[in-house]
Design a protein around this ligand. Structure first.
Ligand SMILES: CC(C)(COP(=O)(O)OP(=O)(O)OC[C@H]1O[C@@H](n2cnc3c(N)ncnc32)[C@H](O)[C@@H]1OP(=O)(O)O)[C@@H](O)C(=O)NCCC(=O)NCCS
Length: 279
């Protein structure tokens, strides 16, 4: 589909950050520039520009993941320009780029009708938990702070549980976060990453073999202050525990997939995600 007459769709780059931040704020998202910059740096960006003023009207980003998959996120059209086909035109460019790749995304209520028209189907849901945590972390005998020597094992677990290799994303999360690992039989069998995001911290990914292990990682990794966890809704005990810690269950968001997403290793479970964009 051709872009609407009043906008030009072109590839973007990290240089667009100063124009992207007002767009992010215009739809009420909490991301800081420090949160958006890595998303732009590691992704493929499409921008919709007003050809007369040069204003940024919209953006869509996708991140390649192997084999033959990708995530889509940061899909935003300026409120003044919504409803004129710009979101559709941006997504058409993403689909041209990604060809036969299977794609995954988290759909807001506003985005869902667009994604359904493009062949995305709901495969699950996640819930945002957020609140001020006033307790302290609880050490656990099998949970320890990770060192750089653990990065390769963490990236392998990340790939096994998601079914895709996220390239440089695990390293970025590792380098910006506080990382705890859970050991079983001398091996790393789960991990949790807490990193600054928005006005506080986000805890995720949270990956373990069992919900008991995930709870041990959660309690060892939390820290006081504003905290967010994007929980996969099947993790019901985790939901109860988060509510108990003062992180109230808020919006529920559909996880949507187009094509056949590669299967993950069923011996592992992802309990919480790094972000809506990256999963
Ligand atoms: C989601 C968003 C990007 C859509 O951008 P947009 O430019 O307004 O969307 P478009 O005008 O291209 O409309 C896309 C399609 O969805 C349809 N659509 C939009 N809203 C709809 C609704 N409430 N019900 C049914 N269909 C709807 C349109 O009819 C259009 O279909 P068509 O191409 O077959 O005509 C925009 O609303 C936005 O930025 N919202 C805030 C941020 C956000 O939630 N982003 C999504 C992140 S997952």
């Amino acid at each position: 589909m051709a872009p609407p007459a009043a906008c030009t769709i072109t590839p973007g780059s990290l240089d667009d950050l100063p124009r992207v931040m007002p767009l992010v704020a215009s739809v009420g998202w909490p991301h800081r520039a420090e949160d958006v910059a890595p998303a732009l740096a590691l992704g493929k960006i499409w921008r919709a520009m007003d050809p007369d003023t040069g204003d940024l009207l919209g953006i869509a980003v996708w991140w390649p993941m192997e084999p033959n998959a990708g995530r889509v996120g940061l899909v935003i059209v300026s409120p003044d320009a919504q409803g004129h086909g710009i979101g559709r035109a941006l997504m058409d460019r993403v689909l041209d780029d990604t060809g036969p790749r299977s794609l995954k995304l988290l759909a807001t209520k506003e985005g869902q009708p667009l994604y359904e028209k493009l062949g995305f189907k709901s495969v699950g849901r996640s819930q945002k938990h957020q609140g001020v945590f006033e307790g302290t972390p609880k050490p656990h005998p099998t949970v320890a702070r990770a060192g750089i020597e653990d990065l390769a094992a963490i990236a392998r677990i990340d790939e096994r549980v998601l079914g895709v290799n996220r390239g440089d994303i695990p390293r970025h999360l590792f380098e910006t976060g506080e990382v705890n690992v859970l050991h079983k039989d001398g091996e790393i069998s789960g991990f949790a990453i807490l990193r600054p995001f928005g006005k506080g911290y986000v805890l995720g990914p949270l990956v373990a073999e069992s919900e008991g292990d995930a709870l041990a990682l959660l309690h060892a990794t939390v820290k006081p202050g504003l905290l967010r966890v994007d929980r996969f809704t099947e993790a019901e005990h985790l939901g109860e525990r988060l509510n108990g810690l003062g992180l109230k269950g808020l919006e529920v968001t559909d996880i949507m997939v187009r094509g056949d997403w590669p299967a993950g290793d069923a011996t592992l479970r992802a309990f919480a995600m790094a972000s809506h964009a990256w999963g």
